[in-house]
Ligand binder design. Structure first.
Ligand code: FES
Ligand code: FES
Length: 167
C-alpha cells in the first residue's frame, strides 16, 4: 500500500507517494528524477549513493523513505548550482579524480561533509573519511589530491591562511 511522504530535498519540500519499503535512493532516482546519486551495489557496500541526511553522509540505498521524511536531504544536485560548480567538483575534473564517474557523486558528497567538519584535512584524514566510498578506476590518489586542492581553495575563499598540517 502506498503512502505520502513529505521530503525536503536540496531545500525544496514536496510530497512523494510510494511504498514504505522503498529506499531513499530509489525514491530520489525514480520518484523525484534525481539520478545523480548512483545505484552501485544497492546493499551498503560502495557508497555511490551517498547523500547528506541532516548533514550526515549516509548510504541512501539503506535508508527507508519514511526514515528520511522530515529531515534535510542533500544530494549531489544540491551541492552547487549547475553553472557554478562546487570547488570539489572542479578539482575532481581538473586533477583527474573522475574516470568512469560512477563513484564520483557519492565521493563528492562525502568529501563535502568531511570539509565541513575538517577544513584542513591531511591525506590520511581524507583516506580515512572516504574509506567507505569505493572507486574501481582511479587508484584513489587523484581523488585525495582533488579533495586536498578543493580544501585549499575553500580555505582561501573563506579568508583563512592556507596552512598545511602534516599527517
Ligand atoms: S548503492 Fe548504496 S552503498 Fe552501494
Ligand atoms: S571513477 Fe570509476 S568508479 Fe571511481
Amino acid at each position: 500500500m502506498t503512502r505520502q511522504y513529505l521530503l525536503t530535498v536540496n531545500g525544496k519540500t514536496s510530497f512523494v507517494t510510494t511504498t514504505p519499503d522503498r529506499s531513499l535512493l530509489d525514491t530520489l532516482r525514480d520518484g523525484l528524477g534525481l539520478t545523480g546519486s548512483k545505484k552501485g551495489c544497492d546493499e551498503g557496500e560502495c557508497a555511490s549513493c551517498t547523500v547528506l541526511l541532516d548533514g550526515v553522509p549516509v548510504n541512501s540505498c539503506l535508508v527507508l523513505v519514511g526514515d528520511a521524511a522530515g529531515k534535510s536531504i542533500v544530494t549531489i544536485e544540491g551541492i552547487a548550482e549547475a553553472d557554478s560548480p562546487h570547488p570539489l567538483q572542479k578539482a575532481f575534473v581538473d586533477l583527474g579524480g573522475v574516470q568512469c564517474g560512477y563513484c564520483t557523486p557519492g565521493m563528492i558528497v562525502s568529501a563535502c561533509a568531511l570539509l565541513r567538519e575538517q577544513p584542513d584535512p591531511t591525506d590520511e584524514d581524507i583516506k580515512f573519511y572516504l574509506a567507505g566510498n569505493i572507486c574501481r578506476c582511479t587508484g584513489y590518489n587523484k581523488i585525495t589530491a582533488a579533495v586536498r586542492s578543493a580544501a585549499e581553495t575553500m580555505r582561501a575563499a573563506a579568508g583563512s591562511a592556507p596552512t598545511r598540517r602534516t599527517a
